[in-house]
Design a protein around this ligand. Structure first.
Ligand code: SF4
Ligand code: SF4
Length: 200
C-alpha cells in the first residue's frame, strides 16, 4: 500500500499555472465517492478473482505498522469522517473511537505534518479486527483499493488507472480548497480535520 511521492510533488510544481473551476465541498464529496466506487468496481471486475481473500487473512496489512504509509488528501479525510458519522451502523461514537486511535497512532509512530510524510509507516486506525476497513466501500484511499496479494505478479493491477484516479482526487481538492493539494498520513489528516471542526 505504498504510494509514490511523485504526485504530490507534481501538484506543488504545477499549481500556480493551473486554472481550477471552483466546486463546493459537498459536491466534491459526492464525486469523490463515485470515483472511488467506480475504481473499486474496475479492480474487482478485472483483478479481484486473482487476489487472495482478505477476509481470511491472518496477518492483515492494514494493521502492519511496518507496512502502511498511505497518505491522503483533505477531501479524503473529510470523506472518511463523514462516512463514519453518517453511517447507521457506526455514527459519532465510532468517529470518536477512530480519532482516539488516530491520536495514539500519531504519538506511537511519530506522525506529523513535518518532513517527508511518505517515509513514515503506521498501523491504520480505520482497521478493526473482524471487520476490516471501516470505510471500505465509501471512502477508501485509491492505493488501498488497488492493493492486494497475488500469487502471480502477472495478475497485479496495472498502475495507470490508479495514477489517473489519484490525479482526479488531487484536482477535486484543488477545486474545493483553491490551494495546492496536501498529502498527509491518515491519522494526521483525521486529527487536523477534527481540530478544525472543534474550532468552528
Ligand atoms: S491484501 Fe494481503 S496482507 Fe492485506 S489483508 Fe489482504 S490478503 Fe492480507
Ligand atoms: S484506509 Fe482502510 S484499507 Fe487503507 S490502510 Fe486504512 S484500514 Fe486499510
Amino acid at each position: 500500500m505504498r504510494r509514490a511521492h511523485g504526485l504530490a510533488r507534481f501538484n506543488r510544481r504545477t499549481w500556480r499555472r493551473k486554472q481550477v473551476q471552483k466546486l463546493t465541498e459537498n459536491r466534491a464529496l459526492v464525486q469523490l465517492r463515485e470515483i472511488k466506487q467506480g475504481f473499486a468496481r474496475y479492480i474487482d471486475r478485472n483483478f479481484g478473482r486473482f487476489a487472495e481473500d482478505c477476509s481470511k487473512c491472518t496477518t492483515p496489512c492494514c494493521a502492519d505498522a511496518q507496512f502502511v504509509n498511505i497518505n491522503i488528501t483533505r477531501l479524503e479525510a473529510r470523506a472518511m469522517i463523514e462516512t463514519l458519522r453518517e453511517s447507521s451502523k457506526y455514527g459519532p461514537d465510532k468517529v470518536a473511537e477512530v480519532l482516539d486511535r488516530a491520536q495514539a497512532t500519531a504519538t506511537t509512530y511519530g506522525l506529523s505534518e513535518e518532513g517527508d510524510t511518505f517515509e513514515k509507516t503506521y498501523a491504520c486506525p480505520l482497521f478493526e479486527k473482524g471487520v476490516g476497513c471501516l470505510v471500505h466501500w465509501k471512502a477508501k484511499p485509491a492505493p488501498c483499493i488497488q492493493h492486494g496479494c497475488y500469487e502471480n505478479w502477472q495478475h497485479l493491477p496495472e498502475a495507470g488507472t490508479l495514477r489517473r484516479v489519484e490525479r482526479t482526487v488531487a484536482r477535486l481538492n484543488e477545486q474545493v480548497y483553491e490551494k495546492p493539494v496536501e498529502f498527509l498520513t491518515i491519522p494526521v489528516w483525521l486529527l487536523k480535520i477534527n481540530r478544525e471542526n472543534e474550532r468552528q
